[in-house]
Design a protein around this ligand. Structure first.
Ligand SMILES: *Cc1c(COP(=O)(O)O)cnc(C)c1O
Length: 360
């Protein structure tokens, strides 16, 4: 078996220890005589898996007791709709920050369903920075403020948590959840699809303050009402059992890494190595304002874009895969989520230096 150095933006690489444990337990989970994919979600075995996963996530993120943890399907994209459906609560409009493709999509969905106002929009600056707090003229009557705390495609990560007073703050944390400590009490609702930094695609995590539950638009399907999940321990219908199980193993792996403070130190080390190299080179560049650069997604361009295809091909021969940038940005993107080891980033930097020597 040989494994590549995987820079995919998502679905992304998982910790090797987790994959090995999944392999070892695939046919017989803890002596059950069956694997997790084959067991009833109502049985005590899966019940224990779900309970442990939630408890470990609560411990890792320090989730206060007045917040509920929900496991849903539909990806972060369904949350673009579920957030307005559940949180408008009779208000006229919600506030949105537009800082990249994902928050723009969230705004579009909100506008299909309700009133949504743009508070800040950095598209004219090619989504190369996060707006600062003083630029945010918030509506005190807004139902909530929605933002994407890490824009996966443009590589922009908010270095601060927006202050919203009494207006609930809602964050799409899909691509950097669990990469650094977070003060959950600052938020009304946090959501994240799993396939970037949590586990396999198929489960979406929602962390919601209890007082925000229970007033969706009238006539909504039960499956679009957060309370349906909260009142049934995420088991109103069959939950995505296997992704929840693997996510639970990732949470245990994170605890062994020293929790979110431990993984943050490694993420700073990894991302600094790459950004420092890019900044010191005349051949590669990253357009994002320094303080807003993502520790998870590092887009970069080559001084001679005609070399992009050759870069990707030669990288592949060096075991470096899924490095091509998103089509809307071009160039390359190295996604270096929690499981990416420092040696993986070092191998990328070594390859980049070698490529620059030969082509610069
Ligand atoms: C990947 C991603 C999404 C979309 O996730 P799906 O699971 O495909 O719905 C939304 N927001 C952010 C920040 C993402 O990185």
């Amino acid at each position: 078996m040989s494994r590549v150095i995987n820079f995919s933006a998502g679905p992304a690489g998982l910790p090797i220890e987790v994959l090995e444990q999944v392999r070892d337990e695939l046919l017989d989970w803890h002596g059950a005589g069956m694997g997790v994919m084959e067991m009833s979600h109502r049985g005590k075995q899966f019940g224990a898996i779900l309970e442990t996963a939630e408890a470990d996530l609560r411990e890792l993120m320090g989730i206060p007791s007045n917040y509920r943890v929900l496991f849903l399907q539909g990806g972060a994209t369904l949350q673009f709709a579920m957030v307005p459906i559940n949180l408008m609560r009779g208000r006229q409009s919600a506030d949105y920050l537009v800082t990249g493709s994902w928050s723009k999509k969230a705004l579009g969905e909100a506008r299909r369903l309700a009133g949504a106002r743009i508070v800040a929009d950095t598209e004219a600056e090619a989504f190369t920075r996060a707006p600062e707090q003083h630029e945010l003229a918030l509506d005190p009557n807004a139902a909530y403020l929605h933002y994407c705390s890490n824009e996966t495609i443009y590589g922009v990560e908010f270095p601060y948590v927006p202050e919203t007073g009494d207006v609930p703050l809602v964050a799409d944390m899909s691509s950097h959840i669990l990469s650094r400590p977070v003060d959950v009490s600052r938020y009304g609702l946090i959501y994240a699809g799993a396939q970037k930094n949590i586990g396999p695609v198929g489960v979406t995590v929602v962390i919601v303050r209890e007082d925000l539950l229970g007033e969706p638009f009238p006539g909504m399907p039960l499956m679009l009402d957060y309370a349906t999940y909260a009142n049934n321990d995420s088991m109103y219908n069959t939950p995505p059992t296997f992704p929840i199980y693997v996510a639970g193993l990732v949470f245990q792996w994170l605890k062994r890494q020293g929790g979110l403070a431990g993984i943050e130190r490694r993420n700073i080390e990894k991302s600094s190595l790459l950004y420092d190299y890019i900044d010191g080179s005349a051949f590669y560049s990253n357009p994002v304002r320094r303080e807003d650069r993502s520790r998870m997604n590092v887009p970069f361009t080559l001084a001679r874009p005609e070399l992009d295809a050759r870069f990707i091909e030669e990288a592949g021969r060096a075991g470096i895969e899924q490095i091509k940038g998103h089509k809307s940005v071009g160039g390359m993107r190295a996604s270096i989520y929690n499981p990416m080891p420092l040696e993986g980033v070092r191998a990328l930097v070594d390859f980049m230096a070698d490529f620059e020597r030969r082509n610069g």
